[in-house]
Design a protein around this ligand. Structure first.
Ligand SMILES: [Zn+2]
Length: 330
């Protein structure tokens, strides 16, 4: 049997030592693929606060004629956010809105099995058609005056910026860089956090049920920025997009699947070998996860550690997006 790298790091053991149980259980079906809209807007707002003057100028110029940004100008501005943060948040979910019509669904994630290592990433991203491939290919095109030689898809520089703002967020949603032969948790039916499967819990369930409790998106972005600003320099040290994906992948198996694996709540009990499938193949290709009974109760399994991981990934995504844009517009 292959040696599987599922493990607990020391810091996560530390986190798990102090646990609090959050109760929430409302079910709804949702096969979203990405941080939910809230998460993407929060990442964008955190990034906006860390852009260099050159990047602020470059982003503002590229977005100024965007319909979503123009619509924003016609409405009253929200207190507590800058115009730039509002503009970036306004376009942060465009890539999800157009993925079906543009055939770019594969750009939002990379499926990595538990046992996958850095050397496996190329095989998991055929032709660069995955989140790591697209962030790498699009980032250099944001420089003013750069042509767009990369793709047959005729995306404009403004659209590429909107993809970057979105995809760097996706890269930091752990289940966008991991799969347990279950389409990144889309096939694994769970209970709690207002969602009926694991992926949706991480896309938005935890954010909506825990992190946005008693606050709004702009306040949460500011709170997370304050909480993590001391780690900013460390966080942006990681500039390799593949390393970012591997870090998300590790968090997925520790924090998303880990509590269920630890308690032997999943059929098979061990992380599974690589299997590529899409959400509408769940019933056929992952029937044991899709028909799992009872559904693992995530409200009993997840705790402050889990919510801290989500908070950390929102801030980390924002900081690395800022650094990527600062580099692109230098
Ligand atoms: Zn997405």
């Amino acid at each position: 049997m292959r040696k599987l790298p599922y493990r607990r790091s020391n810091w996560i053991r530390l986190f798990y030592a102090g646990r609090g149980i959050f109760l929430a259980a409302v079910l709804c079906a949702n096969y979203a693929l990405g941080w939910g809209p809230e998460g993407h807007r929060i990442v964008a707002m955190i990034a906006a606060a860390h852009l260099s003057p050159a990047a602020q100028n470059g982003v503002t110029t590229l977005l100024q004629s965007d319909p979503a940004v123009q619509a924003l100008r016609r409405t009253r501005s929200r207190a507590g956010t800058t115009a730039l943060a509002q503009s970036m948040a306004a376009v942060a979910n465009w890539a999800d809105a157009v993925k079906a019509q543009t055939g770019t669904q594969e750009w939002h994630f990379i499926d990595l099995a538990s046992s996958d290592q850095k050397a496996d990433l190329a095989a998991r991203c055929p032709l660069g058609e995955c989140v790591t491939g697209k962030v790498k290919s699009m980032a250099p095109n944001l420089k003013p005056g750069t042509s767009l030689p990369h793709d047959p898809n005729p995306f404009t520089p403004t659209e590429e910026l909107k993809f970057i703002i979105h995809l760097v967020g996706d890269l930091h949603q752990p289940l966008h860089c991991a799969t347990n032969a279950d389409a990144g948790g889309n096939c694994l039916r769970t209970a709690g956090f207002g969602a009926s499967e694991l992926h949706a819990v991480w896309d938005g369930g935890i954010i909506r049920k825990v992190l946005l409790k008693n606050t709004n998106e702009a306040n949460l972005a500011q709170t997370l920025d304050t909480q993590f600003s001391g780690k900013f320099d460390d966080i942006i040290q990681m500039s390799d997009v593949d390393d970012m994906a591997l870090a998300s992948h590790e968090l997925a198996f520790q924090a998303a699947y880990g509590p269920m694996l630890d308690k032997h709540l999943l059929p098979g009990q061990e992380p599974r070998p690589f299997l590529k499938l899409i959400p509408n193949e769940c019933a056929a290709k992952a029937p044991d996860f899709f028909n799992i009974n009872p559904h693992p109760k995530l409200t009993k399994l997840y705790n402050k550690t889990t919510f801290d991981v989500v908070s950390q990934q929102l801030a980390t995504g924002g900081y690395r997006l800022a650094e990527l844009l600062n580099t692109a517009f230098k």
